[in-house]
Design a protein around this ligand. Sequence first.
Ligand SMILES: [Fe+2]
Length: 282
Amino acid sequence: MTRPLRWARFAPGPGVRGLKILIVSDFHYALPQFDWLLEAAPNYDLVIYAGDLLDTNAILDPGAQIVVVQKYLRRLSLLTQLIVCSGNHDLDAAGPDGERRAKWIADLDRYGIPTDGESLTVGDLLITICPWWDGPEAQKAIATQLAAAEPHRAGRQWMWVYHAPPPETPISWSGQRYFGDAALVGWMAQHSPDYVVSGHVHEAPFVREGSWVDRIGGAWVFNAGKQIGAVPTTIVIDTDAKQAVWFSLDGVESVRLDAPLERPVTQLSELPQWMAKAADPA
Ligand SMILES: [Fe+2]
């Protein structure tokens, strides 16, 4: 099912030229990381959660995890514009076709949170939120969703939120093999998005030959990765400063979005000015 395109759901106020976007994924029910996100969220125009909120390997029943995470998401949605897509750990229901889906994530709609199957405009971005696909029907629905959203791109940059990264890129490299989605790379070739925000491969930013950022065609592709502890790995994008910054226990790295990607990626020893302001509004 293709869900509606939302128009001007959120627009920055007069005089605000760019968006500050916080990207996270793969908390896997690490509640201190959700607490961290509640603290950080008000500093950003947009918070994107790119899948795997739950931990299906945990002892705690997924139904109980859903109740808790829904509460966090509802609180987050009152603090900023929140966007959520499903990951492979989030599937809680099977459709009539036998394919598993994240029904509870689609149901976040009731809190006004844009989720799987929707597209929306945020400032000068068109954002399309794709579900995790478990079979051919869900995959077909994504193809339909992308084709339906494309005409609305008109003059905007197009960002896809999609849990699995593309294959054969450093952002899907686990250190031993690639865990990417071949269907995604086909759709990228067809539609040429400007950004793809993924997660899924927890190790990618931390391993040799891996990374949190890459370019595929004209698209910037991201995977913040996962780390233990109360502070999650994050990527912050400022569309005005045209910069993306990755934060982790391994350090802070940055790319300019208006220049070619260079490796090794630049390591930062201090925050860019626009980030320092976001961290300290006074
Ligand atoms: Fe994950």
